[in-house]
Design a protein around this ligand. Structure first.
Ligand SMILES: Cc1cc2nc3c(=O)[nH]c(=O)nc-3n(C[C@H](O)[C@H](O)[C@H](O)COP(=O)(O)O)c2cc1C
Length: 131
């Protein structure tokens, strides 16, 4: 998980895909944290992406490194609306504090369950991490 966290933090923007009915949706995301051994992402309860993850928790993430490698993740997104953990997430990503506070009723976090993370490259075999 540490390698996945580092890669996502280093490369800043990752693309989060969700399922909307029977259609895929994808958008840029940028913040992650590990809290109590779980990898979390953050969003607002007002967004379509939130509604989609609640309705269908199957998500995928993709991002690319400066070295031409890329990371693909498939997982189940589980909402964890715990104000202490949301505060920890905001403390770990203080740039979010201009948009959110832990108890604003909007800010929420999801952890990735049953994640399969695959580091890919044109020159090496895929490296798979599961957590
Ligand atoms: C670089 C970048 C990083 C972003 N990171 C996040 C994020 O971590 N969480 C979030 O909710 N929105 C983030 N956004 C904004 C979402 O991409 C945007 O609100 C998007 O419209 C949400 O998807 P939706 O319209 O399907 O709900 C980010 C946008 C950019 C450009």
């Amino acid at each position: 998980m540490e390698k996945v966290l580092q890669y996502l933090k280093e490369n800043r923007v990752f693309y989060l895909a969700t399922v909307d009915g029977n259609k895929p949706q994808v958008r840029p995301f940028g913040v992650v944290s590990v809290i109590d051994g779980k990898l979390y992402i953050q969003t607002s309860r007002t967004k379509e992406v939130y509604k989609q993850m609640i309705e269908n928790p199957n998500i995928a993430i993709c991002t690319m490194g400066k070295d031409g490698t890329w990371l693909r993740i498939s997982a189940t997104a589980v909402e964890d609306y715990d104000l202490d953990k949301i505060q920890q997430f905001l403390d770990d990503n203080p740039e979010l504090k201009q948009l959110y506070s832990a108890d604003d009723g909007k800010c929420t976090i999801f952890y990735l369950k049953d994640a399969t993370c695959t580091f890919c490259s044109f020159t090496a075999e895929p490296e798979v991490h599961k957590f």
